[in-house]
Design a protein around this ligand. Structure first.
Ligand code: URA
Length: 433
């Protein structure tokens, strides 16, 4: 069938067959279908959506567009985790070692940050010497030996997604639930884990702006996982303000290290425990949430969660002394404190804009080719619900390029301060199993 006929079919809201979706993905990866036709198809998908069956087929076709990892050489139920992205989200750096220290094999494939969102790989690369590129053989060996590896995806994994995502980025078709769900799940499925925990964010700093859309996305991804035989569960969490206090690569690694010592921020610690409990249930390392919680508490208390992170860093060529002595991470030239102009309660703290400030300081990329400065970023002193006096610090700016009046104004306008008391927002909305 001609591509134009398939575009017409989707435009009129008709369901595409397995063969038709196969032809579209194969044709696009082989450069037989041009970008302009694929753009039209994705825009039609944006408006018409896809059935559960079509989305599962699309995911499977994307997943099989390149190499898939065979992790059968890893003993036990292998678990992977994925966040849909946000600001200050360093969860994998803490929850990975926590779960691995409890004995569950964590085989995690991560991405890089773009725009206001950070990426786990960039955070890890702030540790000198650490490589995120391992062969499949070394990845399997490392997970068997220390139960934890976090690596980047190779170019051969899910080439359909790489091509489609780049096109979606410039054709206004990123925020389509079937396209996001198939993009995320095709990569996760190709990466080979048996169990997948999704942290689906909603709010100002996330792709999904409201909880209903986040729930819809989570349900779509769980249905894909079920369809393709993987245990897939999801946490829906709030990204209306940054997660934890640190935003920026090495600052976030340091916050993850503090959390592994039991000294992390309350909200971030809560999310790590919730995610860790689900991962222990999925890998059958615990029978109940209470048992899982106790196991996670124990590995923080006895230092084995922190030691597991250090072992992973060493196995991937990094200097493990940075984990035990985080004061070794290079500091920026200056740390500038921004103080509140008003007295009151913090009602809102715009995650998106603070993520953009960190990016503009050099901590993130506007395009995939940008170099990043691992040391820069922000450390929040006040969050939603807190009281602040005029003149009290709101946050510290870690910078190598000073702080322009413009950036300072952006920071101040990200904080909404009101006269009345404000409740601390709920972080975890729901867990879908
Ligand atoms: N993350 C992805 O990998 N794909 C999307 O489409 C959105 C977020």
């Amino acid at each position: 069938m001609r591509m134009v006929d398939l575009i017409e079919k989707k435009k009129h809201g008709q369901e595409l067959s397995e063969e038709e979706i196969h032809d579209i993905i194969q044709g696009y990866v082989a450069n037989q279908i041009p970008d302009y036709q694929m753009s039209a198809f994705m825009m039609a998908t944006y408006f018409q959506g896809m059935s559960e069956k079509e989305t599962a087929i699309l995911t499977s076709e994307m997943m099989h567009s390149g190499d898939t990892m065979d992790l059968s050489g890893i003993q036990g139920i292998k678990v992977d985790k994925h966040s849909t992205g946000g600001v200050g989200d360093k969860t994998s750096l803490a929850v990975g070692p926590m779960v691995a220290a409890c004995g569950a094999p964590v085989a995690k494939m991560s991405g890089r940050g773009l725009g206001h969102t950070g990426g786990t790989l960039d955070k890890l690369e702030s540790i000198p010497g650490l490589s995120v590129y391992l062969s499949e053989e070394d990845f399997i060996k490392q997970v068997n030996e220390i139960k934890l590896a976090i690596i980047g995806q190779t170019k051969q994994l899910d080439p359909a997604d790489a091509k489609m995502y780049a096109l979606r980025d410039v054709t206004g078709t990123v925020d389509s639930i079937p396209l996001i769900a198939s993009s995320i799940m095709s990569k996760k499925l190709a990466a080979g884990a048996d169990a997948i925990l999704l942290d689906v964010k909603y709010g100002d700093g996330a792709f999904m702006k409201n909880v209903e859309d986040a729930r819809k996305l989570a349900k779509t991804m769980i249905a894909i996982g079920d369809h393709l035989g993987r245990d897939t569960r999801a946490t829906i969490s709030n990204m209306n303000q940054p997660l934890g206090n640190a935003i920026g690569n090495s600052l976030e690694v340091k916050e993850a290290i503090a959390t592994l010592k039991g000294e992390g921020p309350r909200d971030f610690t809560e999310l790590c425990f919730e995610a860790g409990e689900t991962m222990l249930l999925m890998t059958k390392m615990a029978d109940t949430r209470e048992e899982a919680h106790q196991k996670l508490e124990a590995v923080i208390k006895d230092g084995s969660a922190l030691a597991t992170l250090a072992k992973m860093v060493e196995a991937q060529g990094g200097d493990p002394s940075y984990i035990m002595h985080p004061e070794k991470f290079p500091e920026t030239k200056e740390v500038i404190t921004v103080e509140s102009l008003k007295t009151g309660y913090i009602e809102d703290l715009e995650a998106l804009n603070l993520g953009l400030v960190s990016m503009k300081l050099g901590g993130g990329r506007a395009t995939m080719d940008d170099q990043i400065d691992h040391a820069v970023g922000l450390v929040l002193k006040k969050k939603v619900g807190d009281h602040v006096e005029a003149g009290e610090p709101l946050l510290d700016v870690h910078t190598n390029t000073g702080l322009s009046e413009e950036l300072k104004a952006e920071i101040l306008s990200a904080y909404h301060i009101v006269d009345h008391e404000v409740a601390t927002p709920q972080l975890i909305e729901e867990i879908l199993e």
